[in-house]
Every structure is written in structure tokens, then in C-alpha cells.
Design a protein. Sequence first.
Length: 400
Amino acid sequence: MTRPFVVLAALGLCFPGAGLAVPGARSPGQYLAPPDAVTLFPFVDLAQDTGRQVVVDREAGQYLGHPSTVLLEDGCTILCVYPKGHGKGPLVLKRSTDGGLTWSARLPVPENWATSLETPSIHRVVDAAGRKRLIVWSGLYPARLSVTEDDGDHWTPLMPAGNWGGIVVMGSVAAVRGAPGHYLAWFNDDGSTLDGRKKPATPPLYQIYQVASADGGLTWSAPHSIASSAELRLCEPGFVRSPDGKQMALLLREDSRKHFSQVIFSPNEGATWTAPRPMSIGLIGDRHIAAYAPDGRLVVVFRDTNRASPTNGDWCAWVGTYDDLVQGRLGQYRVRLMHSTWGWDCGYSGLHVLGDGTFVATSYGHWVDAEEPYIVSVRFKLAELDTRLGSQEHPAPSAR
């Protein structure tokens, strides 16, 4: 269903850079005041379109959460890893060989995957000799890594990557342009897990950390901070590269809920980063994951945490361009992928684009009232959403 998305900026409205002139626009780092503006933002609702939904895993009475996925080079095989619990809990691995239409039973994994302390993530890495690996990260202290060189049939146990830890390890992993086998990865910490002391810094100082690998993901450097703020609680870096490949961007959750979600940019493969600046109101949320459509448009999936939004707490997507991201513009439209029946507990996602332009987005959530969360994929093409956008408009969605 296509609906105008009514945005009431209860936390204030800030559009950095070119785009809309908005009364009361504020510079980065300032607290956002009461309502400044009301904007109609195009909105497509897929939450009731059950034909797009594929259940990846569901277990009665068991919380299944926070999936991470990787699409292999054949364009069909997707691996999905997730915990039995809210972040912390034994890790589960499943495989799809048909682009996410069907999923295997739970696959054998190392015994110590049951000791995972935090949200896992899975990534493809390739060394300078062309040897392909998959790596699974498990965070808190110490950050641990599991490796496979046969695309998931056999894994090493989780082993410490160093004498350090972090939160949402790794938020993202990305290849360094022009340097085969070299990778950068990013996570966040508030001082509580970096050195294992289990207490946040006083006062809390949220920082984004970067680590590097020069051997195709087998070993990683000690972390160093690339962004920090006592005022902005920066979390969960989500990577995207500019269409020309020359710029990196990290999309950041802002955990104080007093500011918009933030973004930082690097023009030199992570050697330096800009100061954080706010993204547009359409991207207020948590755990941003981005992918490009075949036509060059950018899709970002996340959990909506704008309290003024009618999709507050739901699993959503934003459609626009990389330039919209750079300029702080609203973008083209928003999408509700699924409705969460219980608070802000959904939206950590995998996101991939198949050869025919189909997006496969995978997340956990409380999709059925009074039931534990489970893992679901939603499938869509932008052409289908564009068509809905041209249909008859309806009243804006209710918040609940």
C-alpha cells in the first residue's frame, strides 16, 4: 500500500547541506528542539504483503535475533548467522542455495559458537593470492573470530582477534581499494569492553573504532578511534562506498535519542575521517545496512527510532541516492518492511541484491504479538515499489 508518510519532527528537524530550507535547522551536535516542521514523505507499506515474506527460522518459545548474512559469488547462495537470544546466545547457521527462497536446516558449527556473547556478523574476505574465506565475528571482550575456507562447511572455533573487545563487532567489513587482501572493519565501544573492564567510561564516551587486516582477514590490527563524542552516542557503523569508489561512508546510530543519526566520510581509504554530521530525518534509526540497486539508487535498511514517525519501532528501508546521503536530502521514499509488535526490537539486517534486481532483506523481530522474535526475509524490487508510488494515495499509517 502506498501512503504519504507524515513526518512530525518532534525532536526537531535538521537537513544539513543542500536541499530543503527548514525553519530552525541546527548544526551537528546541538540538541534538537520541539517541532520545527511537518513534511509529507512518500511511503510504501509492505508489512501486510505476506507473499514477499520468507521465514528463515522460527522456534516456539525461543528468542531468535540479530541476523547477519553474506551472498556468495554465485549470486544464489546466502549464509545467515544469528544468536539464540537477544544478541548473546549460541550462534545458529543456515544456508540458502536459491537466493533466499528456501533455507536449510540448522548447520553444524563449532562447539564454542555456543559461548558467543554478542550479535554476530559474517563477511566475505579474499587474500592477495585470491583465496576466499568467510569470517564470523563475535563481540564484547575479547572480540573473537571464526574462519572457513570452504564457504561454511568447516569452521575454526571462535578465537580472540587480540587483547581488545567491542560492541557490534564488526558493524561492517570492507575491502581497501587497490590493495588486494587488505580490509578495514569498524565497531563501537563506550569504554566498557575495549579493555575488558566491563564498565563504561565516566562520563560515557562513545567511540567508533577501526581495525585493519593485510592478510585476507586472518589477523587484525589493534583498534584506533576514528570518531568520538561525549554528546553524540555513536554506534553500529554501517559501510557504503560512493558509486565512483573514491569515498567511504559510515552510517551511525545515535544512541542518546537526542540527535539525528550521523554519518562520517573518508576520501582516502580510512586514513582520515570527517567529523560526524546528521543524516536526514528519513534515516533516523539503528543498524543501517546499505546496498545499491542495479539502476544506481541506494537502499538502506534499519530500525526506525524516530518517536514522531508512524513507523516508530518498525523495520524500514530508505530509498534515495548516495548524493542524497552526502547532501543530507530526504531521498526518494521510505518503506515499511515489517511491523514490530513490541518496542524497538527488530531491524538488525542482512541486505543483498540478486542478479535480477531483487533485494533480499533479512531481519529478526516480534512479528506476531506475544510471541518470541524469529527470522524473516522480505523480497522486493525497486521497480515494484516505484509502481506502487504512482498508485492512488491513502491516509498516512497510524503509529500502532
